[in-house]
Design a protein around this ligand. Structure first.
Ligand SMILES: [Zn+2]
Length: 59
């Protein structure tokens, strides 16, 4: 049953391309989740746009 499975994702800074945040969301609500989000980047030391990249869940 694939229902209710959660999708892991990583947020990458659009300025320096550093992965700053890991999170997950329900896969069936994929379209409701934003693909860009302003987050704090520890490398840039500022709030910058981060892009979401889906990652597969490990076993
Ligand atoms: Zn950055």
């Amino acid at each position: 049953m694939a229902k209710g499975k959660s999708q892991n994702c990583t947020w990458f800074c659009s300025e320096c391309n550093t992965a700053n945040d890991l999170s997950h969301y329900p896969k069936n609500r994929n379209e409701e989740i934003v693909k860009e989000l302003k987050k704090f980047c520890s490398k840039c030391r500022a709030h910058v746009i981060h892009k979401r990249k889906d990652t597969k869940k490990g076993n």
